[in-house]
Write a protein that binds this ligand. Sequence first.
Ligand SMILES: Cc1cc2nc3c(=O)[nH]c(=O)nc-3n(C[C@H](O)[C@H](O)[C@H](O)COP(=O)(O)O)c2cc1C
Length: 206
Amino acid sequence: MRDALAESDLLVDELVAADVLVIGTPLYNFGMPAALKAWIDQVVRLGRTVGLDESNPTDPYVPLLADRPRHAVILTARGGIGFGPGEAMAHMNHLEPNLVTALGFIGITCIHQIAVEGQEIGGELLTASVVRAQREVDALVTELQAALAAASPTRRALPPGSPTASCPSSAIPKRAAYTSSTDRQDDWWIRMRDVVEAFDMGRAVR
Ligand SMILES: Cc1cc2nc3c(=O)[nH]c(=O)nc-3n(C[C@H](O)[C@H](O)[C@H](O)COP(=O)(O)O)c2cc1C
């Protein structure tokens, strides 16, 4: 049993230590790729990232990573267009909503989302989407770096009993974990790594 849980333990340890999680993923068949789902299933762990409050049988789950603010940056690539929030195809996009729900379930609630669309359409549409996403990445890096600069040298733990972590501007991104559901190393994904590299302490990059 211990052997079976070893990989999960490693992934959970990495997540517990991280202040920023960066997920780079394509949209596959309206949801997440199997490899990313496998990662989710390894880190949503009873007793490690989710507690059980037996005095509350109708809603017993307690998010254990809500002890302090943690940021998640979700960077997605889509072949089609219109899958963003409020857009025509949004109801068919089960990728980011699934990730937001699963991460929130374990207590990661400071979530930033940036997408590139139109990879299968190409041309000017794709170029414009990449340029816009890169601008958003730059702005996000600046925002998170400012939060880092403003942060005190010690992590701010929330008082015991706090239901969820808030996302104050003074949230302290010091360590980053990175997970990518594909091995692609093209410009887009390398660019995405800038977000991780903005926080160069003790990160784990796979
Ligand atoms: C198996 C598969 C399923 C896909 N499903 C979708 C989809 O549902 N919606 C969409 O907009 N793009 C879809 N795409 C396109 C990808 O999201 C897009 O090409 C992305 O850039 C692929 O990233 P990758 O090359 O890192 O895998 C799919 C691609 C593949 C290979």
